[in-house]
Design a protein around this ligand. Sequence first.
Ligand code: C6P
Length: 406
Amino acid sequence: MSLDLAAIRRDFPILDQQVNGHPLVYLDNAASSQKPNQVIDAISDYYRQDNANVHRGVHRLSQRATDAYESARDKVRGFVNAKSDKEIIFVRGATEAVNLVAQSFVRPMLAKGDDVLISHMEHHANIVPWQMLCEQTGANLKVIPMTTKGELDLSGLNELLNERTKIMAIGHVSNALGTINPVKDMIAQAHAKGIPVLVDGAQAVPHMAVDVQDLDCDFYVFSGHKMFAPTGIGALYGKQDLLETMPPWQGGGDMILSVSFAHTQYNELPYKFEAGTPHIAGAIGLAAAIDYMHTIGIAKIAQHEHDLLVAATARLEALDGIRIIGTAEHKASVLSFMIEGVHPHDVGTIFDQQGVAIRTGHHCAQPVMQFFGIPATARASFAFYNTFEEIDALVDAIKKVQELFA
Ligand code: C6P
């Protein structure tokens, strides 16, 4: 069941370099993952051989670009097990997808006094678009609380889901804490009251198999760059019957069937939501990343990352002066921590001098930091190409920080 890490790491040329005189140890995968040659080659092959605009030309290159773009959509459909390609909208990333749903699906039905329900551990991308919407409409932003372990406190969910609630928008996996939330049960509870649900899967799709039909979510959003694909591409899954009822979000080319000054007839799904020339190479790169993940095996990816997380957690727990932030029972490969007496930014700088790349800061989840009464954390986040030796480097870097601040 174990992965051939040496072979896998050969696919990621960027990992083979020295930083500040040390071998690079890349543990910032939750911010953005690295790209294998297979993805880089798919993008450069597209630009070398097929580059043209899509859905527009009768010439051969445009047809090839269109075929590649649409087959990428079908690949994404299969990746999340959506029923139809019409349910997959290409967007810039998770952030854009949440904004699209907020403005196109929720805004028309939101009135003063209604509620939008999110959770305390959301990324800003799943807070601010809803807050803006509430400001625009006079609706209220309601928040599912969390516990000191970094798990959602669902004891009051039944009351939070009420006749005023127009949508529940929740993260599948917390980027700051690593918590895997019980979204399937939460969706069932919301649906029992007829409330639609958006799931932010930005930190889930790189690490676990996601089946939108099994979850029965109404919307699921994610970014390509956290799952070994390029930046600037991501996907919004939406149930077809809901997407059909929604007005376009942005206007322009490709999202129309016909335009006159008197009237514009909008295109059918999924194009209705894809105004302008899309990120064709990005979609092709995303499809290549999905192929790559399947070649390795998503179950094997999940197992290896779990083993890394368990091992790293045990190593950090054994050290003095370390506080782990986020100790949920079910976690994906995120390890947030504090080193006693040292600001996380200093931790990040000293780590970098050791060649160890982590993220320090509030991780765009400031309410999480406020909850724990801290300004920031140091966050190590693992991908399937990380090794157990890299956990040694993480621990050595922590010891170095503690030596310098002793
Ligand atoms: N989190 C992190 O370091 P975009 O920027 O649109 O690709 O993804 C936004 C986003 C949405 N939801 C979650 C749970 C996320 O983690 C992110 C991005 C990165 O944690 C960059 S801030």
